[in-house]
Design a protein around this ligand. Structure first.
Ligand SMILES: C[S@@+](CC[C@H](N)C(=O)[O-])C[C@H]1O[C@@H](n2cnc3c(N)ncnc32)[C@H](O)[C@@H]1O
Length: 264
């Protein structure tokens, strides 16, 4: 049996793609800075294994979360691996919902987050607008919506990014890109020390949305203001830092990543 045969793709995804500790610190601190109070209730859209929602609940006994994903299989994995490890009290403060974010009804939340670009699967403007209107409705009066975005000239190219991690290699592939429609096909592959691969462990068909058009759409849906926080780079090594700075100005770099924050 090869290492790929024995691998668990959800576990590999959590270890290679997600950085929930930093993500939640950013979300929490930004909420406090903009709203003058600490947030308590969080909704994680496109939650996959609900890792972020689980970590949110573990951070503070006053926290609660609802996590939404359309795929019952990935939610079951999250229940068995992430929720199952939590205390009884923590489990009572989290709810995993197998539902479509376009129709789901949830109690009002302080924060709604849709991260790792998942919302780009909505390719048509009308569909994206319908989604943002649903998010607007689920937020408390001073609620915030957190999204992320990337761009730069490399985003408009077919290309691969390879990262060596503990025991495996993560490969992000932008396999197709149509500059007329902004339609892109991306894959995550995993490769192992014995040469075996989990080919197309995850596949994403996205529209490469521009930050400006997303921000305009958020305002159209009733959000009062949007902000963009760009990832900072180390001036000496040029490597990305765990630091996101609010700015309307970005250099013409190969690749930028940012958080978008929409205020109700
Ligand atoms: C890229 S994963 C995101 C995982 C996680 N949120 C993260 O930050 O890495 C995208 C997830 O969106 C889910 N999804 C796709 N369409 C959806 C929809 N209409 N409503 C809810 N979830 C959806 C998929 O099942 C998949 O688990």
């Amino acid at each position: 049996m090869s290492l790929a045969d024995r691998a668990d793709r959800h576990d590999l995804y959590q270890r290679s793609v997600q950085g929930v500790e930093f993500e939640l610190e950013f979300v929490q601190e930004t909420f406090k800075a903009l709203r003058g109070r600490w947030p308590h209730r969080l909704r994680e859209d496109f939650c996959g294994t609900a890792l972020s929602a689980c970590e949110w609940v573990k951070l503070n006994p006053a926290h609660s979360a609802v996590a939404v994903d359309i795929d019952a299989e990935v939610l079951a994995w999250g229940e068995d691996h992430n929720v199952a490890e939590m205390s009884v009290d923590e489990q009572q403060r989290i709810e995993l919902l197998s539902a479509d974010v376009l129709t789901v009804e949830t109690n009002k939340v302080d924060i709604c987050q849709a991260l790792n670009f998942s919302y780009w699967l909505f390719q048509e403007r009308a569909q994206m607008k319908a989604y943002f209107q649903r998010v607007y409705a689920c937020l408390k009066k001073d609620g915030l919506f957190f999204l992320d975005s990337f761009g730069g000239f490399e985003a408009h190219q077919t290309q691969e990014e390879v990262r060596e991690l503990e025991g495996f290699t993560y490969i992000w592939q932008q396999a197709e890109y149509n500059p007329v429609t902004a339609d892109m096909q991306c894959y995550i592959h995993f490769e192992f020390e014995d040469g075996s691969r989990l080919e197309q462990a995850y596949a994403y068909r996205w529209r490469l949305w521009g930050a400006k058009e997303i921000r305009e759409l958020l305002l159209e849906c009733g959000f009062s203001k949007t902000r963009i926080y760009l990832q900072a780079f180390d001036p000496e090594t040029d490597g990305p830092l765990d630091e996101f700075v609010e700015s309307e100005r970005c250099e013409d770099v190969a690749c930028w990543i940012a958080y978008l924050v929409a205020e109700k």
